[in-house]
Design a protein around this ligand. Structure first.
Ligand code: G
Ligand code: G
Ligand code: MN
Ligand code: NA
Length: 249
């Protein structure tokens, strides 16, 4: 239908773009990573939400071209300077399952001269995340390139625990829904248990959706490694993450 047709011309017609949301290291207080988020607009300029176009892109296969475009764009427009240490990009299981995905990422890194360790790929524990041996092999190839593998939206699906058991994630992102009720004792205890569960497996922990100073204080108390959310910053274009150059405003 309409969105599917739009996705086919989106790259050529410059209808897709990336915005970046800062991620703060709790101990140092510095922004030490950013997450790239894809945006799509229609020909008349109206924005199409990712919750609408990503599933369509997955179904039609357009996600393969869009995903490579996103990784190349991140390398060119952000990782080309040394200002932002790490950029994370969301990837769909469809991409991880497609033959040659790891090789295409390796080619982009080679082309742009970006070190693999500065790129993180976020995987969501969705319902469709079957434990495909192709996916596990792809993740292992990506890790060989030095690429960091993050687990996104942890705690929202049924598959998260299986993924945690099978894959050595560098970072696990705890879904923002756990922050909503963490000012009540029950919610706080729940968050604490989830943090303990993840921490015992070894990965770093990032909590998403931090919106207030109180929540940030709690994250310090829980010794969370990184936080992301409106309290740290909203998604913004790449120019906001480049070093200030003399003469620019
Ligand atoms: O930007 P927003 O918070 O609306 O993003 C919602 C969700 O859309 C993200 O959490 C992520 O799961 C998905 N998303 C955003 N950008 C991309 C992308 O480049 N690729 C994939 N596969 N998913 C994305
Ligand atoms: O699915 P994923 O977690 O990758 O996407 C992140 C999405 O969460 C983005 O679309 C972003 O706009 C949204 N987001 C980021 N920080 C906050 C926050 O502090 N509060 C809320 N409500 N949403 C947030
Ligand atoms: Mn994400
Ligand atoms: Na998330």
């Amino acid at each position: 239908e309409h969105i599917a047709a739009l996705l086919k011309i989106a790259i050529d017609q410059k209808l897709v773009s990336l915005v970046y949301q800062p991620i703060r290291n709790v101990a140092s207080g510095r922004v030490d990573a950013v997450e790239a988020l894809m945006r799509l607009k229609m020909l008349d300029g109206t924005a199409v939400p990712p919750s609408l176009f990503i599933p369509i892109a997955e179904r039609t296969g357009a996600i393969l071209d869009l995903g490579r475009w996103a990784i190349r764009t991140v390398c060119q427009e952000l990782l080309a300077n040394d200002h932002v240490p790490v950029v994370s990009v969301n990837v769909s299981p469809i991409q991880l399952r497609s033959p040659g995905f790891a090789a295409s990422v390796a080619a982009i890194l080679g082309e742009t001269g970006v070190a693999g360790g500065r790129l993180a790929l976020e995987i969501t524990e969705g319902l469709d995340m079957e434990m495909h041996s192709d996916i596990l092999r792809c993740i292992s190839d990506l890790k060989t390139l030095g690429i960091r593998i993050w687990l996104d939206d942890f705690g929202t699906g049924f598959a998260g625990l299986s993924w945690l058991r099978l894959i050595d994630f560098d970072t696990v992102k705890i879904d923002r829904s756990f922050l909503h009720d963490c000012d009540a004792p029950r919610g706080k205890a729940m968050l604490k248990d989830i943090i303990g569960l993840v921490r015992n497996r070894g990965p770093k922990i990032l909590v998403e959706g931090v919106e207030t100073e109180e929540q940030l204080a709690l994250m310090r108390q829980f010794r969370i490694d990184q936080v992301q959310g409106f309290h740290v910053g909203r998604p913004a274009p790449a120019r906001n993450f480049r070093p200030a150059t003399p003469g620019s405003t």
